[in-house]
Design a protein. Sequence first.
Length: 222
Amino acid sequence: MRATIHLAQQPEADELLGRSPLAALIGMLLDQQIPMEWAFTGPYTLTQRLATDDLDAAEIAAYDPDAFTELLTEKPAVHRYPASMAKRVQELCRSIVDEYDGDASAVWSDARSGAELLARLKALPGFGEQKAQIFLALLGKQYGVQPEGWREAAGAYGEEDSYRSAADITGPESLARVRAYKQEKKAAAKAAKAAQTARTLKATKAAGGAKSTKAAKPPKKP
């Protein structure tokens, strides 16, 4: 596995992502609730603190949990929530050890179809439907991992030039386009939530008014 990656926007971190399957998986795992560049720099930061040039699933899986949490917490922190993410990274590595003999690339190397690869990714700790689809699209678009039906399995993230996720980032310009898309999506979701809240309040008031009117009616004469 060797690819030219620009997700961390830092040469050393991107070089690691381009040659290390486990680093790519961990970077994707960390990519939530923090800027993407911060997340994908995380694997490189770990190599520095572990004094190694690559990450080893067996080593991380067997690491003392408290000590590993300290590695992620040490400033600059690897994530906004280093304790919870340390636990998730170790769970991911244990899964790689148990299911793939410690070889992260085995998750996709012999996948016969996009659907099979998606199922494998979704089975990994910390990888829900969306994260699995984004990583599948990243593998297909930038790492050359393209089993039959990979675009369909990746959903909208697999579309060519969709600029929806990390899968489409190849430099500063595409990063800006993906960031703009995410901001638009977030704003739309916020507006939809506000509209729903307004409709709920209106319906509640209407129901309350109808109840008050009914209660205020005088009883019928016998």
